[in-house]
Design a protein around this ligand. Sequence first.
Ligand code: DQA
Length: 166
Amino acid sequence: MKTSPKLLWALHGPNLNLLGTREPEVYGSTRLEQIDADLAQLCADHGHRFESFQSNHEGELVDRVQQARDCEVAFIVLNPAAFTHTSVALRDALAAVAIPFIEVHLSNIHRREPFRHRSYFADLAVGIVAGLGPIGYRLAMQAAIETLRAPDGAPEAAGARRTRKG
Ligand code: DQA
């Protein structure tokens, strides 16, 4: 079943602009532009619009999330990068706009240093993909698109239930 065209966003946190050269043994050799091009194609294949934004600055990401409601963004694929483990401000912005999102990490944060095990976003997210490299973004976007295809628009119908605490 086709759904009406929607706007989907990818938001990328600090240092992800360096993908391809940044610690390739951890993050791989794929550049952010390639990830975004793949997501754009996937969205286009399903008749949706796609926009991407990367910033190294917490406030810019907060501003961008605040704009999401006015822009009628239907779903966000988010890699908060280091802000995953620190940013109450970005968490609060996502809670405020109440737009469903999937949290993505290239690396498996749970196999890494203990400070990376905590996420300020995990309990707000529809779901989390971690440790699968760039394909994780694609899987997250596919899940987002499936969710939007649900007959009543309810994430539950696509098996991706959004639960909120706090
Ligand atoms: C990351 C994991 C974070 O801990 C780290 O700070 C990043 C990238 C990932 O995609 O694996 O910058 O979010």
